[in-house]
Design a protein around this ligand. Structure first.
Ligand code: NAD
Length: 256
């Protein structure tokens, strides 16, 4: 028997097999969850569909989170196919490449708006559609954040500000949805070499720093994050909501 037998999970944010969302999907699947996936655009569909099918997913749908119609269509399909939802994984973010280098003071209005819309507001938009399907089932919402929300990390810039908004949203959403029995938490992952991370200037130096200075002296993997996501998705964390949980080899606790 698996920890998530009979549970239904929607995963947003798989781009390829290196995605954090894929590490999470594998962990949830191993414990019996039935999964649905989304993708953005035809190029990513070619990557996501075979991965999704390899874990038996029947629902693989387009969803650009900046487009309300696509979010509505996604949840219509979930309602039709499953009639309910137990787990929502929000593992996506976006900022223009030019905003992820140089000084934050140069952030453009358009770059700020786009990063906030995709990386922070999208969680609110998704939760609003998800909660009626989760109500009374002990639902769990999980998002992904990074230490750049609370420390100034070179080149992370507007994404750090978007992650701060995302983390505040986790607390407000946890407060709103808690009375409906739905928990909302974030995992603050250490740096992992993914498609999105490669857009951050100097990312390799961040990886080297964590390996050299973190208590565990290593970088984390999507499997490490998947383990914590499994805990947050399962009844093992039934009393936990509104939290930011670090999966970063302990890097965040270090001073000098
Ligand atoms: P990834 O490139 O594998 O995944 C990012 C995903 O965001 C992609 O699937 C992409 O399609 C999706 N996305 C971008 N714009 C979108 C839009 N408009 N609508 C819907 N989806 C959109 O990279 P990842 O590192 O696995 O990123 C997943 C999450 O983890 C992000 O929130 C990221 O900020 C966070 N995170 C990553 C790291 C890291 O070092 N990789 C560390 C901490 C947190």
């Amino acid at each position: 028997m698996g920890l998530l037998d009979g549970k239904k999970g929607l995963i947003l944010g798989v781009a390829n097999e290196r995605s954090i969302a894929w590490g999470i999907a594998e962990a949830l699947k191993k414990e019996g969850a039935e999964l649905a996936f989304t993708y953005v655009g035809e190029n990513l569909e070619k990557r996501v569909r075979p991965l999704a099918e390899s874990v038996g997913a029947r629902l693989v749908l387009p969803c650009d989170v900046t487009v309300d119609d696509q979010i509505d269509t996604l949840f219509d399909a979930i309602r039709e196919e499953w009639g309910a939802l137990d787990i929502l994984v929000h593992s996506l973010a976006f900022a223009k490449k030019e905003e992820l280098k140089g000084e934050y003071v140069n952030t453009s209005r358009d770059g700020f708006r786009l990063a906030m819309d995709v990386s922070a507001y999208s969680l609110v938009a998704l939760c609003r559609r998800a909660y009626p399907l989760m109500e009374g089932r002990g639902g769990s919402v999980i998002t992904l954040t990074y230490l750049g929300s609370e420390r100034a990390i070179q080149n992370y810039n507007v994404m750090g500000v978007a992650k701060a908004a995302l983390e505040a949203s986790v607390r407000y959403l946890a407060s709103d949805l808690g009375p409906k029995g739905i928990r909302v938490n974030a995992i603050s992952a250490g740096p992992i070499k993914t498609l999105a991370a490669m857009g951050i200037s100097g990312f390799k130096e961040i990886l080297d720093m964590v390996e050299a200075k973190s208590p565990l002296r290593r970088n984390v993997t999507p499997e490490d994050v998947g383990g914590t996501a499994l805990y947050l998705a399962s009844p093992l964390s039934s009393g936990v909501t509104g939290e930011i949980i670090y999966v970063d080899s302990g890097f965040n606790i270090m001073g000098l």
